[in-house]
Design a protein around this ligand. Structure first.
Ligand code: FES
Length: 143
């Protein structure tokens, strides 16, 4: 990662954090500390920004962040069955990343798309009206 572009730049902490997370899918603490040294910035400042924004995580994430909704509308329309088939076929467990580093599952309370229930989001894309078969098909088509 080239960090020279951040030298002598002002107010770049957010951009830097987005850059790291965009490349790694999470922000490794050791890498961030190394960058702080290279850019000669206090760790406390950048960690302050990191912890302020919920979009950032220091937990390792898979290539695909799967947010599976289990809010009321999705639960009633079969989110549990979707979760069960993904657990069985791909070994997904809430809050965990699969051993192959492909998937991280996060169960969420609502994705704000209840009219599409049951819903999941993979990285930035929404998938609605899920059935276990449809979910498997979506996963199969991921590169
Ligand atoms: S309850 Fe699932 S999107 Fe709202």
């Amino acid at each position: 990662m080239k960090i020279d572009k951040y030298k002598n730049k002002k107010g770049y902490y957010l951009e830097l954090l987005q850059d790291i997370q965009g490349r790694k899918n999470y922000i490794p603490v050791s890498l961030l500390k190394k960058i702080c040294k290279q850019l000669d910035i206090p760790e406390s400042k950048i960690f302050g920004v990191l912890t302020f924004y919920s979009q950032f995580t220091t937990e390792k994430r898979g290539k695909y962040l799967v947010k599976l909704c289990d809010g009321t509308a999705c639960h009633v329309k079969g989110a549990r069955e979707v979760k069960r088939i993904l657990e069985r076929k791909y070994g997904l467990t809430n809050g965990k990343t699969t051993a192959d580093g492909r998937f991280t599952l996060q169960e969420v309370a609502c994705l704000g798309s209840c009219f599409l229930a049951p819903v999941m989001m993979i990285n930035q894309q929404y998938f609605g009206n899920l059935t276990p078969e449809k979910a498997l098909s979506i996963f199969k088509n991921l590169k």
